[in-house]
Structure formats: C-alpha cells, structure tokens
Design a protein around this ligand. Structure first.
Ligand SMILES: Cc1cc2nc3c(=O)[nH]c(=O)nc-3n(C[C@H](O)[C@H](O)[C@H](O)COP(=O)(O)OP(=O)(O)OC[C@H]3O[C@@H](n4cnc5c(N)ncnc54)[C@H](O)[C@@H]3O)c2cc1C
Length: 468
C-alpha cells in the first residue's frame, strides 16, 4: 500500500516520481525492464556513451528539460549538416541537391488547405513545383522520384513511421525556439535521469527514488473503477490511491483490451487507435579505424540511382524482401559521433524495419558493408565494422515502437487525441484513480523527452494538488 503507483521508469515516470518525492508523497515504480530510462538508453560502447534511444535535445526556450540542465554544461549545439551521397558516379549532384532543398522548403513552408498525409501532399506539390521551375522530361522525372525517396526517409526518421502516407501534414507540434538539436557531449541522454533524481551534480542531494523502483515487474491488469490496484505477470498485486501509467502508445495499442478493468471509455480507445507509432532501426557500428572524413559524415544521407536500386536485391540477396525490394533500401543515413571517433550510427526507416529487427547481427553487418562500399567505396577505403550495438524497439513488448505521431485519422477527432489520452479517469466514488503520462499524451511536445518529462510533472502535480 503506497499512495501512488507509477507504471514505467522512463522519462515520464522518473519525472513524476521526482516531484512526488520532493513533496514527501509515497510511491513505488513498477518497471517491466531491468533498467531505468525506457526509450532513453545510454550505454558505454568504446570510449564514451552512445544512445540507442533518444539522442538529441530539441529547443531551449520554454523547454522543461533544458531548464533542468542549462547551467550544468552537459550539452552543446549539434552540427547537423546534411550531405547527400549518391550510389551512381555519373549523378548530376548539383541538380539533385537543388531538388532536395526545394522539397525540404515545400515541407517547411507550405501547408495543405485540408487534412492530408505528408506523403500525398509532398508528392503532389513537389512534382508541381518542379514542373513549373524545370519543365518535365525523362531525366527530371527520374531525379524527382529519387529525391522523393531520400526526402521520404528524412520524414520517416523524424516521425518514426513506416509510411509517410500515415503521417499527417498538419499537426500541433510546437517547435521550441533555440538550438533545434543539442548533443550530450558523450555523456549520453541518460544523464537527464540522474539530474531529475538529483544524483547529478551532487550525489549527496539524491532524492529517494532508486530504492522505490521494482524492476522486471510487468503490469498486466489495472483496476481503476473502485479501490485502484494493479496486478503483475508474476501474480503480485499492489493496492494504492492513484496510478500513473506511462507505458508507450505502442504498449497501449497492443494491450488496452486486456489491461484495463473496466475497459477504457470509447473516447480513449479512439485516441489510442488513431494516433500513430511505429519504428526506426538504429545501429551503432564500430570500426577498427576511422576511414571517413568526420565533417562530411555529420549526416550522410543516401540517394539511390533507380537502376542501382533495381539491382540491389540481386547484388545482395540475403535477408528479407518483398515485391523484389531489398531491406537495404530502408538504410537511409549515417551519422558520425563526436566522442566516439571510430563509430558511425546507421539509420533504417520504412516498411521493412519490423523485419530488419529480426535479422541476425552478421547479416546486418554484411548488408551495411555492401551499401557503404556502393556509396563511399569510390572515395574511401571502407573497412568492415568490427562491432555493432542495436536495440529492437518495435519487437520489444515493453515499447512496441519509438515515438508517436499525429495521423490524418487522429486529427479527425473533435479534440486533440493526445489531450484525450492525457485525461485522468475518475472512479465512481470520485477518486482520481488512473492518470496517463508519457510522450504520446503531450499535445504539442509528443515524440520527445521533454514532452515525456512535462507529462510526468503534470500528472504528479494533479496528485500533489489533492494533498494541499
Ligand atoms: C531510437 C529512438 C530515438 C529517439 N530520439 C529522440 C531524440 O533525439 N530526442 C528526443 O527528445 N526524443 C527522442 N526519442 C523519443 C524519446 O525517447 C521518448 O519520447 C521518451 O523517452 C519517452 O519517455 P516515456 O517515459 O514517455 O516512455 P518510455 O521511455 O517508453 O517509458 C515507459 C516505461 O514503461 C515501461 N513499461 C511498459 N509497459 C509496462 C508494463 N506493462 N508494466 C511495467 N512497465 C512497463 C517500459 O519498460 C518503459 O521503461 C527517441 C526514441 C527512440 C526509441
């Protein structure tokens, strides 16, 4: 019996716990994994930490998370310069680059008059603008198709979707002012958890949180319309006054029918079903030497020549493929890491990501090597990766995806789907019984760590208000 049960020790759960701890309210955190952080996962690989989950902090002004760290010298602006690389040698680089920036400008500056997916809007508008500017012939139409694929991957990295036809072009996301991308200087994003728990910078000020986390506790039943209680897969049961649930939208989508007793109100089910969450696959590769120029590899985005793409599944037949397409088509960019000089991060986005997660390390390394040689072999002496670090966010039942996004469907609801999701459930005896936090409950900062933290603070605050 504790006052509050928090389900999940990710950013939202730790934020809620830290506020409750500061107000002397008792709580326990039940966490299904054997570590804190959730979709923040910083771990040593080589000389410094790498992030398998959240990597950057976004924006400074009015950023709850940035306010916690701004005086601690933990972050620096990220040099996020994007360079396009081409699979074919005889590519018209300057024309392709002009088309890429035109596409990006349309995405950033133009809006549809009605709800439309990013894919439908960009494909239509980009073709129109290119025709107005350059006319239309075989070469132009080939380049347009190639650049559309490269730009689509940009969108899919940002939104974590499998298809850009799932992502709404109009959205409520609030891009905070200040540096759009801040790097954690080799200490990993996970240090934000230590800051919230007050383990950093002064260990002596640590809040009593770590001792109230129970790991490997997967909750599979939440009773909310009477005395609140939760049941775990190991049969244990916990009774409480309030429950804060922080599980991801992916977990909610998969489990809402069996998790809640009684079932959730229809408005919440509609919000859960209509919002989107899918996955990206991020692999950290270690090399015995740095064979690339770190400046050009800040972000090296890949642009395939149509003819090369057609040959890809014959040239590299290993792994899964559908409709004559290779899973390697989903490999879209590489990043260099400042503090890990011999490492590159490879990003995969698109429909094959769930299948790619099932491939063995050896196939993934061979496939990536094939693409590296194809794109960079003319310029560099590419060597084979000697190690790899990965995380399967999509198939892990405690996450089932990376970050949420608004869909055309979710925007058809009367209210913001995230806002509907965030509303607490009151039991019939008037108790604030079940509260919802987590990135997907933030109407304007979803998909981010700062959004998750804000949501955790907000729900803890509701409980604190009751005791004032
Ligand atoms: C690859 C990747 C890259 C990202 N990049 C960025 C970035 O650069 N910048 C940024 O701001 N954000 C980024 N994000 C998003 C960011 O990580 C998330 O928005 C944020 O961490 C979510 O925190 P949360 O507390 O809402 O959820 P989570 O971190 O998912 O925490 C929920 C916790 O609940 C636990 N749980 C789930 N089900 C149960 C259950 N039944 N019982 C008990 N426990 C359960 C989970 O194990 C988890 O620990 C990225 C995420 C990923 C995966």
């Amino acid at each position: 019996n504790t006052t509050v049960i928090i389900i999940g020790a990710g950013a939202a759960g730790i934020a809620a716990a830290s506020l409750l701890a500061e107000h002397g309210i008792s709580f326990v955190i039940l966490e299904a994994e054997d570590r804190i952080g959730g979709r923040i996962f910083s771990t040593y690989f080589g000389e410094s930490k790498v992030d398998l989950g959240a990597q950057w902090s976004h924006g400074e002004q009015n950023n709850t998370m940035y306010n916690l760290i701004k005086d601690l010298d933990l972050v620096k602006p990220s040099d996020f310069k994007k360079n396009l690389y081409y699979s074919a040698e005889n590519f018209d680089k300057s024309f392709a680059s002009d088309l890429y920036w035109l596409c990006k400008k349309i995405f950033l500056k133009e809006k549809p008059v009605e709800e439309m997916s990013v894919g439908s809007f960009i494909e239509k508008r980009f073709r129109e603008r290119v025709e107005e500017k350059y006319g239309n012939d075989e070469k132009i139409s080939k380049y347009v198709n190639e650049i559309l694929i490269t730009f689509m991957h940009d969108i899919l990295v940002q939104r974590g979707a499998l298809s850009w036809f799932d992502v709404s072009m109009l959205n409520d996301y609030d891009r905070l002012k200040g540096q759009a991308y801040l790097d954690w200087k080799g200490c990993g994003h996970g240090i934000i958890l230590d800051v919230m728990m007050k383990r950093y910078p002064n260990l002596s000020e640590e809040l009593p949180i770590a001792e109230n986390i129970i790991f490997n506790k997967q909750v599979n039943k939440i009773r909310w319309d009477g005395p609140p209680s939760v049941q775990c897969t190991d049969g244990s049961e916990y009774f409480t006054s309030h429950i804060i649930l922080t599980a991801s939208l992916g977990v909610l989508k998969h489990n809402y029918r069996s998790l809640f007793h009684p079932v959730l109100p229809q408005s919440k089910i509609d919000a859960i079903n209509s919002l989107g969450i899918a996955s990206v696959f991020k692999v950290v590769l270690e090399f015995s030497n740095r064979w690339w120029d770190p400046q050009s590899f800040k972000t090296a985005a890949l642009c395939w020549d149509t003819a090369d793409l057609k040959l890809l599944h014959d040239e590299f037949p290993k792994g899964r493929m559908k409709n004559n397409q290779s899973w390697l088509e989903n490999l879209c960019e590489f990043h260099a890491l400042d503090k890990n000089p011999n490492m590159l991060v490879a990003w995969f986005t698109g429909e094959f990501v769930p299948d790619i997660e099932l491939l063995p390390d050896s196939t993934i390394i061979e496939g990536i090597m094939h693409v590296l040689v194809k794109f960079f072999g003319r310029q560099y002496k590419v060597t084979k990766p000697v190690g790899l670090l990965r995380n399967n966010w999509n198939s892990n039942q405690h996450f089932r995806g990376v970050y949420s996004y608004e869909t055309v469907e979710s925007r058809k609801l009367n209210e913001s789907a995230a806002l509907i999701l965030s509303k607490p459930l009151i039991s019939r005896d008037g108790n604030l019984s079940l509260l919802f936090a987590g990135e997907a409950t933030s109407p304007t900062h979803y998909a981010t760590v700062h959004g998750a933290i804000e949501s955790g603070y907000q729900e803890a605050q509701r409980i604190i208000q009751l005791s004032l």
